[in-house]
Design a protein around this ligand. Structure first.
Ligand SMILES: [Zn+2]
Length: 382
């Protein structure tokens, strides 16, 4: 499919925000969905299976794919706390080429899992961002397409301003490890510059919340609101009080949940029901490649099994909600006006004879059942 063409795609679709199961021929004109046609089309593109809205992974750290599973039986702080966590020590010992190779494998894994866009917290300042850019350039495919949130490396206030400015020239925004590592003044300095996306891990585990209360007199979420940091979204919120959930709603702060990663790190699980009851926009990510596979399909299955949330709601987390959180305009649903970006599920035993297709997709499908169209030359098409 090339931009500019009219494409006729014949298949079964999960149409609209309610994921209505529809069979038909979808018309995509200049990359935009125009709706179904009742006309006879001679040679439509046929996909045998189900076309679903594009899966999006709203939180990854693809850079640590090269140190997979270093964390078994380690605590979260031992592993990831900057600057002396095992992750940082081991990554510092890797050559650029090793890191890029790891990123290339990570991109392949995202693609095999049907991920179209992913938002990555890229450590290592400007250099870290350039490594991911280089990996994506070599990968030479349009999807998975990275949105990159860079992280400054310096703690000197004057240099911090300069480094943030440099990062913002090449990244889509800033993604901080957490507010515990920064003074109020530094956080305000970082946030003062105007940019598209700003995100931060918050309330990931009891230890980080206790440290924040002890040091700053309030939890991480409370402090983020108090300092008027206005994050585009926060990541984790494994623990939230009713007051914190009220703050998130009042200030329109979405939450990207990573429950499988939380389980991997043994830090507890987020209260998704209460976040939803409060009306907070929630999305899904998979966090560190070193600790968790980037499969949003597995993430959805995990959530269903543990929380028994309506499968349609869970699929919304991974598609339209993630898209809204990341500001991806016109992506995330199969509906008129949206861009023709999809994830394709093959005709397979996991969905055949299903009496609840959305439930079957989110609880049974795995990466082998995602169809990847296009070869090495498919940059700019899908
Ligand atoms: Zn993270």
């Amino acid at each position: 499919m090339c931009p500019g063409d009219t494409v006729y795609l014949k298949s079964h679709f999960l149409y609209g925000e309610d994921f209505q199961y529809r069979k038909g021929i979808l018309v995509i004109e200049e990359g935009i969905i125009k709706g179904f046609t009742g006309e006879h089309i001679r040679d439509p593109i046929i996909h045998r299976g189900v076309v679903i809205p594009p899966l999006i992974n709203a939180h990854t750290h693809v850079g640590d794919n090269v140190i997979k599973d270093i964390g078994i039986n380690k605590t979260l702080d031992e592993l990831v706390k900057p600057p002396h966590g095992l992750k940082h020590v081991l990554l510092n010992a890797c050559s650029d080429e090793e890191l890029i190779e790891g990123i290339l494998d990570g991109l392949e894994e995202l693609r095999n899992n049907g991920i179209t866009y992913f938002c990555d917290f890229r450590e290592g300042g400007l250099k870290g961002i350039n490594l991911l850019r280089e990996g994506y350039r070599r990968y030479n495919r349009r999807f998975p397409c990275p949105l990159i949130l860079g992280r400054p490396t310096t703690s000197n206030r004057e240099e911090l301003k300069k480094e943030i400015g440099e990062i913002l020239k090449v990244a889509d925004g800033i993604g901080l490890s957490g507010c515990n590592e920064y003074s109020d003044r530094d956080l305000k300095t970082i946030r003062k510059l105007d940019y598209k996306m700003f995100s931060i891990h918050a309330n990931e585990h009891r230890g980080s919340i206790e440290y924040s209360r002890k040091t700053y007199g309030m939890s991480e979420i409370e402090r983020i609101v108090d300092l008027k940091l206005h994050p585009t979204f926060i990541v984790h919120a494994t623990y939230t009080t009713p007051y914190e959930r009220e703050l998130l709603r009042e200030h329109n702060i979405p939450v990207v949940l990573c429950p499988r990663a939380n389980a991997s790190f043994n830090v507890g699980l987020p209260d998704i029901h209460s976040l939803m009851d409060e009306g907070i926009l929630t999305g899904l990510g998979t966090d560190n490649f070193m600790a968790n596979s980037p499969s949003i399909l597995k993430e959805m299955d995990f959530i269903y099994k543990l929380y028994h949330i309506d499968p349609k709601e869970i699929l919304r987390f991974a598609t339209i909600n993630n898209s809204r959180i990341l500001g991806l305009e016109d992506i995330g649903l199969i509906e008129e006006g949206y861009r023709g970006v999809f994830t394709f599920i093959r005709d397979c035993p996991s969905i055949r004879y299903s009496k609840n297709i959305v439930a079957s997709i989110i609880t049974r499908c795995e990466k082998g059942e995602v169809v990847i169209y296009g070869g090495d030359d498919d940059k700019g098409s899908y």
